[in-house]
Design a protein around this ligand. Structure first.
Ligand code: AMP
Length: 425
């Protein structure tokens, strides 16, 4: 534990709690530096594993702890113990806040929000529209609050960036009464990432975000596209759940909804079975047996036809969204690739933009082949539309939004009158 008394708390712990995992990063907001990163996985199984990497000077390398971690409480306790070994304990007075990734914030959470009992109840109320994600996020929040009840804790929602979508983009064309009764509409996800890379793309282009029309493509294991006008999201490909839109690692993306009824009628498939089919056994995996783009491009280069088909389908669907969002925006200033596939798979970027010269979009082969962790342009100088690769950093964005909200001066009174920490109505 650190006994050093900093002038003001300036560290933020970011927690991303999944159903059987907790990912975490501890950041120093004075210089946006990572102090430690880690992951607890297989929570609840006999073979849980914690991998902790301290990044402070002289702290040594990665440490691994294996053994049963029964639940999220034990997971966070294990994380706290590892952090304490590096003098970064959760009881440190330098810890300013904990920022939690929360997947579903519905329509109501239009900004990051300091968590109190009312906010917790609202997140709980959204469980029916995010049955896989919000309960896990809630477990992480409850545990962290129990461990540090005095500390401001902030929820940063994947949906917030998309709450600006116009009603005609957010609604599905189905009977209004039924849709409204069950909150069926497009919410969109990966918002933290889309918002972050939009801002970074404006920096890269050295132009004000407010002037730019961007198509942001978050292509990770999950994948989504967003149309962003002047920094404001006007449409996005994921919908009520993260299943809609682009073809993904294991998720189908867009299919005719009648596929579900058809499979029910001809194969007797129950709701949960179709859910698992479309979410876990479809996408790249469903077509070629692999969901890792590295493996798919490798197989493709060896002439594997299934891998080629999966790749072609992925790119075809991606291209359709680029075209659709070019139409939605009218004028496009930049197409921005991010996340695991978007940042690393040059072949995907090349193929997705190929043939779009009529839209003013092109990729320079040499620039596209450069491997780098920095934001960069991959379009030729002559291209009317910039094509960029911008590494995403959702944890940094969550930490910054958390810190901006609780501020170094507001601790420990997030509800004080001059704090902007009011839950949205
Ligand atoms: P993410 O969800 O953003 O972590 O992205 C994970 C996915 O990125 C993996 O499943 C891979 O398909 C893809 N990926 C990661 N590294 C590479 C790489 N070097 N080349 C191609 N794809 C990659």
């Amino acid at each position: 534990m650190s006994t050093e008394q900093g002038p003001r708390p300036h560290r933020v712990l970011v927690l991303n709690s999944g159903s059987s995992s907790v990912k975490y990063q501890l950041l120093d907001m004075a210089d946006a530096r990572r102090l430690a990163v880690g992951l607890v996985e297989r929570i609840g199984e006999e073979t849980s594993r914690l991998v902790h990497t301290p990044l402070t000077e002289g702290a040594g390398g990665e440490r691994e702890v294996t053994g049963r971690v029964a639940d999220h409480r034990e997971a966070l306790e294990a994380v706290a113990a590892e952090l304490a070994k590096d003098g970064l304990g959760l009881d440190s007075p330098e810890l300013a806040a904990i920022g939690h990734r929360v997947v579903h914030g519905g329509r109501q959470f239009t900004r990051p929000t300091v968590i109190d009992d009312a906010v917790l109840a609202e997140i709980e109320r959204l469980v029916p529209v995010a049955p896989l994600h919000n309960p896990a996020n809630l477990m992480g929040i409850r545990t962290a609050r129990r461990m540090r009840p005095d500390l401001p804790q902030v929820a940063v929602f994947d949906t917030t960036f998309h709450t600006t979508m116009p009603e005609y983009a957010a609604r599905y064309p189905i009977e209004r009464e039924t849709a409204d009764a069950h909150r069926v509409r497009r919410y969109g996800f990966h918002g933290t990432s889309h918002g972050y890379v939009a801002r970074k793309a404006a920096e890269l282009l050295d132009r004000p975000l407010a002037e730019l029309n961007l198509i942001t493509l978050h292509l990770g294991n999950g994948a989504s596209a967003a149309a962003v006008r002047g920094g404001i999201c006007v449409d996005t490909s994921m919908g009520l759940t993260p299943l809609e839109g682009l073809m993904m690692g294991t998720r189908s993306g867009d299919v005719d909804p009648a596929v579900v009824f058809h499979l029910r009628r001809v194969a007797g498939m129950e709701t949960d079975e179709t859910d698992a089919l479309l979410n876990q056994r479809s996408g790249l995996l469903g077509i070629c047996g692999d969901n890792d783009m590295r493996e798919i491009t490798r197989r493709m280069d060896e002439g594997d036809e299934d891998a080629r088909l999966a790749f072609d389908m992925y790119v075809h669907r991606l291209k359709k969204y680029i075209g659709a969002y070019a139409a939605v925006l009218g004028r496009v200033d930049a197409v921005v690739f991010t996340a695991g596939v978007g940042e690393n798979a040059a072949a995907v970027r090349q193929a997705a933009v190929e043939g779009l010269e009529g839209f003013g979009m092109a990729v320079d082969r040499e620039l596209n082949a450069v491997r780098s962790g920095a934001p960069r342009l991959i379009s030729p100088g002559s291209s009317r539309v910039a094509v960029a690769v911008v590494p995403t950093d959702e944890e940094l964005e969550i930490a910054e939004q958390t810190y901006a909200l609780v501020g170094p001066d507001t601790r420990p009174a997030p509800e004080s009158a001059d704090s902007p920490a009011t839950p949205p109505g």
